[in-house]
Design a protein around this ligand. Structure first.
Ligand code: ATP
Length: 403
């Protein structure tokens, strides 16, 4: 690991044992995150995002594998890792009756900071996170968005080089989400903090992250910039509407020939660039195609379909979304993924879990849920049921054109 590398993980794996059955939460995670990068970890419920974060933040010992985080080995020097990182887990850490500023001062004291340093830093963070007017308000009275901003301030009080955020905007309305992200980006700009964030929100990963890791079933299945992922995997999406199902049927052959002159086979359900058209409308009067250079293909399609007696009634061309990427990779839409029974089940039974197979002993306080005491950076093992479930509300990126 060089000075330019903030996280290196090799073969990081976590298995849980639930009622004698093995749950492969994370399998062979290899990761290199450069200093200053903003990386988004994207995936459906139960993909293994939080477990990965909890291993990297020393809250959960891996079953096997190694990681060096902020210059220190998670297994042999977890305390040093914790000193250098901030971790903001799911659910709010700020839930007591202390005033906002006092909460920050206590947090600084827990990190062993001097009073003067803590006061200075608290003042800076209150300003930069727009919390100054709320400094004397009890934490309990804050709104969800204000609490999340306070969480971030608490995670940053000791000026960590690396900030882990586990679904920071889940449950916030779109305006609060946008506001929160503005703060995260500002802080990063000002302090060069490396940010590693998990999210369900495709639009967030798309807009804000320099790099997107897509995780599914405990494995990283893609790792690139959002735009590269979209251009290499998804192409452009064209949706054509027809007056009748007969027209749509006639159009399929023409569309396949025009959009896929090479005759490539499709890649997965979403189709890669050059895939055969896929009808996604129940009434059969629409075709959705994923093609290279949609802006060039669309006019040709319109002409050819007209000539073939299958005139197009409506046409849309859109850039692919990360959901198209996920669909192409897995055959499933990330949007459609709800809280899986398995995921909800296992989390709800955290107390029945025999923790981990083959623990490295890195953390004596390995939690059975995602709850963390941010004051000490150690796990508290609060009931998992108190963690909010993510139902992906308010996702705003363009919708799939399918019914
Ligand atoms: N303490 C635990 N005991 C047993 N299984 C667990 C435990 N924590 C997580 N799991 C299981 O490990 C898998 C990965 O869970 P994890 O929470 O890491 O996923 P996630 O991608 O963060 O999901 P979410 O987006 O819902 O937070 C899931 O199958 C989950 O049920």
């Amino acid at each position: 690991m060089t000075n330019d590398t903030m996280i290196t993980a090799r073969g990081l794996t976590k298995q849980f044992t639930v009622k004698r059955a093995t749950v492969d939460a994370v399998t062979d995670l290899d990761l290199d995150v450069a200093t200053g990068e903003l990386v988004a970890f994207l995936g459906p419920n139960g993909a293994g995002k939080s477990t990965s974060l909890r291993m990297l933040t020393t809250l959960l010992p891996p079953t096997r594998g190694t990681a060096v985080v902020a210059g220190h080995d998670i297994a042999t020097d977890p305390a040093a890792v914790r000193r250098r990182i901030g971790y903001i887990g799911q659910g709010t850490s700020a839930g007591n009756n202390q005033r906002v500023r006092d909460e920050l001062l206590s947090q600084g004291a827990f990190y062993g900071m001097s009073r003067a340093d803590t006061a200075r830093r608290a003042g800076e963070l209150l300003e930069s996170l727009d919390l100054a007017p709320l400094a004397k308000r009890p934490v309990l009275g804050l709104s969800g968005g204000q609490k999340r901003r306070l969480d971030i301030a608490l995670g940053l009080i000791h000026s960590p080089a690396l900030l882990f955020l586990d679904e920071p905007s889940t449950g916030l309305d779109p305006q609060s989400r946008a506001n929160l992200w503005r703060h995260i980006l500002d802080l990063r700009e000002q302090h060069g903090t490396t940010v590693f964030v998990t999210t369900h929100y495709l639009d967030e990963a798309d807009q804000f992250a320099e790099r997107v890791l897509v995780m599914d079933h405990g494995r990283v299945i893609a790792d690139d910039t959002a735009s590269s992922l979209k251009s290499t995997l998804a192409g452009d999406v064209i949706t054509l509407g027809f007056a009748s199902a007969d027209d749509a049927t006639r159009a399929r052959g023409v569309a396949a020939r025009v959009s896929n002159p090479r005759g490539d086979s499709g890649k997965g359900a979403g189709g890669g660039a050059g895939s055969a058209p896929v009808s996604r409308r129940d009434d059969g009067r629409a075709l959705e195609l994923v093609v290279d250079h949609g802006e060039r293909v669309l006019p040709v399609l319109l002409r050819e379909l007209d000539a073939a007696g299958a005139p197009v009634v409506t046409a849309t061309l859109r850039q692919p979304t990360l959901d198209d990427v996920f669909l192409a990779l897995t055959g499933r839409s990330l949007r459609d993924e709800g809280e899986t029974t398995e995921s909800a089940d296992a989390k709800g039974r955290g107390d029945e879990v025999s923790s981990d197979a083959g623990s490295t002993g890195a953390s004596a306080a390995a939690p059975t849920s995602s709850s963390v005491d941010t004051r000490t950076g150690t796990a508290t093992g609060a009931p998992a049921s108190s963690a909010p479930t993510s139902s992906n509300p308010g996702t705003t990126s363009s919708e799939r054109v399918s019914a």
